[in-house]
Write a protein that binds this ligand. Structure first.
Ligand SMILES: [Zn+2]
Length: 231
């Protein structure tokens, strides 16, 4: 049996984070736990958490650490993630969230934090070609369109270029991400939990790089070869 994994994937927009999270969740047979997807679903369903999230968004505020961690904590306490692990996408965003995540997982810990690195020019190119479903948020691109006429393969929604995917707006978001994430990356680096990998190249090649660094991290923790501390 393939061992599970507890993995956080970081990366700016255009780094291919969403794609790699899906691929890695298939590879390790663990859920892809995406805060973006969970929030969209909670808002759409009008759950208590979704309503609170909606209030933040209506005010144009960032969601609070408390709300994000409550949502992530609930998801990580379910049986599938407890048994095999997860690919965590969109959290942590701050060192405060990273500290809370550590407490949530205790006495387990992350196998690794993978930071997908791509040059800004490549992220820009990828983002400019990005198209997204207005209903479910599924990502497509000019080179990877939905099967039928810009209609979402998953939900039938309309697939469009986001209004805020202009060059200036993209550059601004990339810059903001770098500045906001720098302390988090430094925090994980200091703990020896972070590995940077090159996010340029095809999805298959990048996935292989990610799997390799995860295996190397496990080897460091369990040099004897008993890989996965199942409980
Ligand atoms: Zn859709």
């Amino acid at each position: 049996m393939v061992p599970g994994v507890r993995l956080v994937v970081l990366g700016k927009q255009g780094a291919g984070k969403g794609t790699q999270c899906v691929r890695l969740s298939h590879h390790y047979v663990v859920p892809h736990v995406s805060t973006g997807d969970m929030l969209r679903a909670a808002v759409k369903l009008g759950t208590p958490l979704g309503l609170r999230a909606q209030e933040f968004m209506d005010r144009g505020d960032l969601l609070s650490d408390g709300l994000i961690m409550e949502m992530v904590g609930e998801r990580l306490s379910e049986s599938d993630t407890r048994a095999r692990g997860f690919i965590l996408d969109g959290c942590p965003r701050t060192t405060a969230q990273a500290e809370q995540l550590e407490e949530l997982l205790h006495p387990d810990r992350l196998d690794l934090v993978v930071d997908l690195e791509v040059p800004t020019a490549l992220a820009m190119r990828r983002l400019a070609s990005r198209r997204v479903c207005i209903d479910c948020g599924e990502n497509y691109s000019v080179s990877n369109p939905p099967t039928v006429n810009w209609t979402c393969d998953i939900c039938g929604g309309e697939v469009v270029q986001r209004a805020d995917d202009t060059e200036a707006a993209i550059l601004h978001r990339l810059d903001l991400y770098e500045r906001q994430t720098a302390p988090l990356i430094a925090w994980y680096e200091k703990k020896g939990q972070l590995t940077r990998i090159n996010g340029a190249g095809s999805a298959v090649v990048v996935e292989r790089r990610a799997v390799r660094v995860v295996e190397e991290a496990r080897q460091r923790r369990h040099p004897s070869g008993d890989l996965w501390d199942h409980r």
